[in-house]
Structures are given as C-alpha cells and as structure tokens.
Design a protein. Structure first.
Length: 249
C-alpha cells in the first residue's frame, strides 16, 4: 500500500519547480492531487503528469478573492483534504534602499497574507489527521544582502507554523515547515536580476554550500511528503531545513 492511497492533497504553485515535483511524488504515492497556479498553460501541462482524477485550478495565492473561489469550488464538489503544501510565493531581491511599498506589499501578499487566509478558508475542508506543510526558506535565517523583504516574509510564514499548530491541533491538523536552501527551479529566473547578475549570484551562493551544489526540487519534495505522511505524526510546528548544510556554517 502506498503512503497516500485514498488521500486527497492540494499543492499551491503546483505547476512548476518544487510544487510540481511534490505534486508528482504525491501522485506516485497514490494521492489524488489538486494543484493551483496562475498560468493556465503550465497548469494544463502539469495536470497531465498527475494521473487520473487530478485537478488543475487557476488561482493566485496572493488574491483573497481567488482564495474564496477556491474554497467554494472544493466545497461545491464536496472535496476534503488530507494534506496541503503551501508552496506558491514570490522571491524578489533588491537592496534595502531600493525597496518600494509596492514591492513590500507584493511579497507579503503572496508569502504571508495569502497562505494565512488560504488556511483559514480551507480549515473546514481538512480531514482529521490532515497535515499542512508551508514552504519557508533559509533566507529567514542567514541575513543575505538584498533579501530583506523576502527573508522577512518567510520568517513570518515560519512563525505561523507554531501558532497555527496550536490553533489547529484540536481538530487534529498538524502544521510544519520545509525550508529549502538554493534549489534549481524556474523561480531563480524570476528574481528580477539581469542574466550576468544572476550568474554571479548563483556562483557566489554555490560556493557557500558545503555540498557545493544546488538542491533539486525532488529533494525538497521528499521532505514535504515526509512531513505530510503518517510517519511524521509526532512532528508539530517544526521547521525542516533542506539546504545542503548552508545555514549551518
């Protein structure tokens, strides 16, 4: 028997990168998978790799209106959830003196407000024993230049794992965090940097990783499935760091 047979899971931002790798691993482990994302074309492509019964729903995690529509759709179809991986988010890096209010709001809307109100909206759809896994980041711990807003938003998200665990445990729901280090995903191409800057940044980061390489989406996905599975039932409000040792030095 597979770990997620007869289970239904939701992966936000499941149309690429870590989200897609996680959705695919859930599907291989027997789950019925629901993914969300903003781009319909990549959602359709991702759904085709997730097996029979998979759903791909266009939804922007930073939009409270979209969150409400997603919750309503699940309720209309009488879908309940056994796990949620809140993976969608944005990563925009800029020096402290270049940050605008709009940039701040965009990061916190997608990385903090969106996840918070998504959990609130879907709490009634969670089965007893369900698990929520939040996608954090080691940037919340390491003080990397130009990451002030991104790091702050992820620190806030990590904090939610503890407080929401306390609030949701009475209904049998666990909340934990997986915090990746540098991982090779399409997100790096959306940091707002020129190609030369991006290359220099990647080389500098890789030099700080004891394993001397970036992680893979599949390696992070394995950690997510562990935190969502029954074998981690005694793990609550915890952050699992997957960074090749980068934050330990």
């Amino acid at each position: 028997m597979k770990r997620f047979d007869n289970k239904t899971v939701l992966v936000t931002g499941g149309n690429s990168g870590i989200g897609l790798a996680t959705a695919q691993q859930f599907a291989r482990e027997g789950a019925r998978v629901i993914i969300t994302g903003r781009d319909q074309a990549t959602l359709d492509s991702a759904r085709a790799s997730l097996g029979e019964g998979a759903l791909a729903l266009q939804s922007d995690q930073g939009s409270i209106a979209d969150t409400g529509r997603l919750a309503a759709l699940l309720a209309e179809q009488n879908i309940t959830l056994d796990a949620i991986f809140i993976n969608a988010g944005v990563a925009k890096f800029a020096p402290f003196d270049a940050i605008t209010e709009a940039a701040w709001d965009a990061s916190f809307d997608a990385n903090v407000k969106g996840p918070y109100f998504l959990i609130q909206a879907l709490a009634s759809r969670l089965n007893r024993g369900a698990a929520i896994v939040l996608n954090g980041s080691i940037n919340a711990h390491i003080g990397m230049p130009s990451s002030s807003v991104y790091a702050a938003s992820k620190a806030a998200l990590i904090s939610l794992a503890k407080t929401l665990s306390a609030e949701l445990l009475p209904q049998g729901v666990r909340v934990n965090v997986v915090s990746p280090g540098p991982v090779t995903t399409p997100l790096y191409g959306r940091l707002g940097l020129e190609a030369e800057q991006l290359g220099e940044m990647a080389a500098a980061i890789q030099g700080q990783i004891p394993l001397k390489r970036f992680g893979t989406p599949e390696e992070v996905a394995g950690a997510v499935l562990y935190l969502a599975a029954a074998e981690s039932a005694f793990i609550v409000g915890t952050e699992l760091i997957v960074d090749g040792g980068m934050s330990q030095l």
